[in-house]
Design a protein around this ligand. Structure first.
Ligand code: ACO
Length: 393
């Protein structure tokens, strides 16, 4: 069999066939199961959208009520998971805490029956139900507080904000948060979804699938960019500094966080919706000091990099929305994970339906038939200063 051309980052190489979501990067279109993201944001809820993604169609009223009921019932964490979390360092990143907790679920629900629809449903429910509780619990525990128990009278998003901030959220904030989860729920074969699919293809358990995807989402080139956007806006400091900041990034060939996308060559449709949601929040709760800087940066980047198709992606405005809700910056990526669990699970289920283990090939560039050199004759390949630094650490 001939090996096709190597493409770094597998650009434009199909890794699967999928009917879950569709992106048109030239027109700025995103659809889940054929339904436009704008329409879902307007009319759907995160749990309804999750159902749509995972089971392929919108639920009836009865099916949705049953699904919501199951999720409410499974929101609590086992006390042993909370005990495990008490041992995590407060200084640790919440994405690392989340990855450890997601993987730990596999210890408690270890019966693996991937061909049983009831097992699939139970795993979906547990993961969707418990991940927000884990994120909120870590936030309170690292401040030295006890985690807040979920409240059955609150819906998915209101309950998460309640567990996080220890008070019932404003209804507008809760609805906007729910829309944010819809917008982040799925996005074809991005890095974390690909990671989930590769893990799924080995027929391991769904908790390992989600844990590997959480680890992949954490990186600054993927979900972690939403945190870096806020740090960047902070560093810019004022609208007057925008052009100088951008010029210095371009000179250093540094990436501008929250801009650019492998697929979109126009403004990401989710960024447009998120910007509108941010404005709705500012109208009710006051403007964010960084918003004007963000708008000026978007304009400046369009002028300088628009010809390369570099425009805001989903991570550019999401942080400004979350800040207004009192969510700390290092929880932005875990919030992204809460939403993306739906997409990962949809791809897990799709992968299982027609599974073949992922095992790509490589183009070998190393030595062949190299001699084994006795230790006394070897030349070091290590940087001595670096080694000294590692030992001193
Ligand atoms: N700022 C400045 N230049 C950029 C940016 C950016 N944010 N993104 C891409 N470019 C430029 C590159 O320098 C390169 O230019 P060149 O052809 O002159 O060398 C060209 O556009 C292509 O860039 P690549 O890095 O090859 O594009 P790729 O598709 O591999 O990467 C990515 C996409 C990782 C999203 C990239 O745009 C980036 O690093 N953006 C900043 C980080 C970010 O916001 N990540 C979140 C993405 S959304 C998500 O994952 C949820």
């Amino acid at each position: 069999m001939s090996i096709c051309e190597y493409k770094p980052g597998l650009e434009n190489i199909p890794a699967t066939q999928s009917s879950i979501s569709f992106v048109d990067g030239q027109q700025g279109i995103l659809e889940y199961r054929g339904i436009n993201i704008e329409e879902l944001g307007q009319y759907s809820s995160f749990l309804e959208t999750s159902y749509l993604l995972i089971w392929g169609g919108l639920p009836t009223e009865e099916e949705l009520a049953e699904f919501e009921h199951e999720i409410r019932y499974h929101r609590r964490l086992k006390y042993r998971i909370r005990d495990m979390m008490k041992c995590f360092p407060e200084s640790g990143h919440p994405m690392d805490a989340l990855q450890a907790c997601a993987a730990a679920l596999g210890l408690f629900y270890s019966r693996r029956a991937l061909d049983n629809p009831a097992y699939i449903r139970a795993a979906v429910v547990r993961l969707l139900a418990k991940i927000p509780t884990m994120v909120a619990a870590f936030q309170l525990m690292r401040k030295g507080n006890d985690p807040v128990q979920p409240r059955d009278d609150l819906d998915y998003s209101a309950n998460f904000l309640y567990m996080l901030n220890e008070r019932e959220p404003d209804p507008l904030a809760a609805r906007i948060f729910d829309i944010c989860l819809i917008l982040h729920a799925e996005h074809t074969i991005n890095a974390s979804t690909f990671s989930a699919m590769v893990t799924a293809s080995t027929l391991t358990d769904p908790y390992a699938v989600v844990a590997s995807a959480v680890g992949t989402l954490a990186g600054p080139l993927h979900g972690g960019a939403n945190e870096e956007v806020i740090e960047m806006l902070e560093e810019i400091g004022s609208v007057d500094n925008v052009h100088a900041y951008l010029d210095s990034c371009l000179e250093r060939k540094a990436k501008i966080m929250g801009f650019g996308h492998r697929v979109y060559k126009v403004k990401d449709p989710r960024a447009t919706i998120l910007q509108d949601l941010a404005e709705q929040l500012f109208e009710k709760f006051g403007r964010d000091e960084y918003y004007d800087i963000a708008v000026a940066l978007e304009q400046a980047v369009a002028e300088k990099l628009g010809h390369k198709g570099i425009y805001p992606n989903v991570d550019f405005y999401s942080g400004l929305v979350y800040r207004k809700m009192g969510i700390p910056t290092d929880l932005f990526t875990p919030v992204f994970a809460i939403a993306r669990v739906a997409g990962w699970l949809a791809h897990w289920k799709e992968q299982l339906a027609e599974n073949r283990i992922f095992r790509p090939t490589q183009i070998y560039t190393g030595a062949r038939n190299a001699p084994y050199i006795p230790s006394e004759k070897r030349q070091s390949t290590q940087d001595k200063d670096l080694l000294a630094g590692l030992i001193a650490e």
